[in-house]
Design a protein around this ligand. Structure first.
Ligand SMILES: NC(=O)C1=CN([C@@H]2O[C@H](COP(=O)(O)OP(=O)(O)OC[C@H]3O[C@@H](n4cnc5c(N)ncnc54)[C@H](O)[C@@H]3O)[C@@H](O)[C@H]2O)C=CC1
Ligand SMILES: O=C(O)C1=NCCCC1
Length: 315
């Protein structure tokens, strides 16, 4: 008989997850997802329940990987927040189950998983789509995703300059201090992104903040926020001039305001590029539209659980 589920909370997840282990597993998972082989991945587009009173959504993200024996679901609440709000933008929990018996094996904090797997997938998009020799990275946003993106992009690439812009100069300066001063705070989005080779948008904005006229031709944009069909981070000009990639084509068509409202075509999924079935247009301006996928949480949760159970002091 199965025992009770283990609880693995934030500090433990932080201790157990490393980008060097996570990135190869996510690359493999993105490739498997794009094969559309149901023995590899079954992952419906996220169901969302509106929390109208609180300007938010509860998202349910179930995933089954039959060949890998992984069954999980993430529960994630995400909100539209007013400037100055101290409430969190995103809260998440991941539940890992035994696919044969159906019991819950583990309940884990989903904050660190969400921050790290999202940033790692953006880094994979840059590995595939950013021009070689990229020197300048711009990050728009100063929250949790901004920090995880800063961490992984500076861990795996060698940028000469990192620029950060938030809603306020104080927020950007606070972020720069928190990462030890190795970035430059900018007072406007235009100042941050002009001439940048890679741009990460990780804001809670529901209106465009990044405009095509400021983006250097050939730059790579990882667009992580605006995960509702009527929310935007990028303008029509950028969406229409760039080659657009997504984690999930179905997810982008259902949930991305930048894709739906601009009428831009999703050229390929990252998994198609990984599988070699679609080209990586590094020479062009590229947008990776990230919505976040259950399969990313599933492989992250398995990695955490396997490492947790192999730590003998817990047994
Ligand atoms: N694609 C994916 O897989 C995921 C996407 N997200 C999305 O990423 C975004 C960031 O999430 P977190 O960092 O967790 O949130 P957070 O609350 O920690 O940070 C949000 C940041 O956005 C900034 N911001 C808000 N409105 C802005 C505006 N109008 N212009 C410029 N900056 C603005 C805030 O100052 C703050 O720095 C959210 O939109 C969230 O829904 C989050 C998790 C996964
Ligand atoms: O994949 C996720 O996790 C999220 N995606 C979009 C909004 C917040 C969380």
């Amino acid at each position: 008989m199965a025992g009770p589920p283990v609880i693995i909370w934030e500090q433990e997840v932080e201790r157990l997850l490393r980008y060097r282990d996570l990135i190869p597993r996510l690359e493999e998972a993105l490739g498997k997802f794009s094969t559309r082989d149901s023995a590899e991945v079954i992952q419906p587009v996220r169901s969302t329940v509106p929390l109208q009173k609180h300007s938010g959504f509860l998202g349910l993200m179930p995933t089954y990987m039959e060949n890998d024996g992984v069954l999980s679901t993430k529960l994630v609440c995400f909100y539209k927040r007013e400037a100055g709000s101290s409430l969190p933008g995103v809260q998440a929990t991941v539940v890992l189950l035994d696919p044969q018996y159906g019991n819950v094996k583990a309940v884990m904090d989903g904050e660190v998983i969400t921050a790290m797997r999202t940033a790692a997938v953006s880094a994979i998009s840059a590995k595939l789509l950013m021009r070689p020799g990229a020197e300048v990275l711009a990050i728009l946003g100063t929250g949790k995703q901004a920090l995880s993106h800063y961490n992984v992009f500076t861990e795996i690439f060698s940028f000469k300059e990192v620029r950060v812009c938030g809603r306020t100069m104080e927020g950007a300066e606070r972020f720069v201090r928190s990462v030890g001063g190795a970035a430059r705070a900018c007072g406007s989005v235009e100042e941050a992104v002009r001439g940048a080779d890679a741009i990460v948008t990780v804001t809670l904005s529901t209106e465009p903040v990044l405009f095509g006229q400021w983006v250097k031709p050939g730059a790579h944009v990882a667009a992580v926020g605006a995960c509702r069909p009527d929310w935007r981070e990028l303008d029509d000009e950028l969406m229409k001039t760039a080659v657009v990639y997504a984690d999930s084509r179905d997810g982008a068509m259902a949930e991305s305001g930048d894709v739906i409202l601009s009428g831009a075509e999703v050229f390929a999924e990252l998994g198609d590029v990984i599988n070699g079935t679609k080209p990586a247009h590094r020479e062009k301006t590229t947008v990776f539209k990230s919505l976040g996928m259950g399969v990313e949480d599933a492989v992250s949760a398995k990695l955490v659980f396997d490492r947790w159970t192999s730590t003998s002091s817990h047994l």
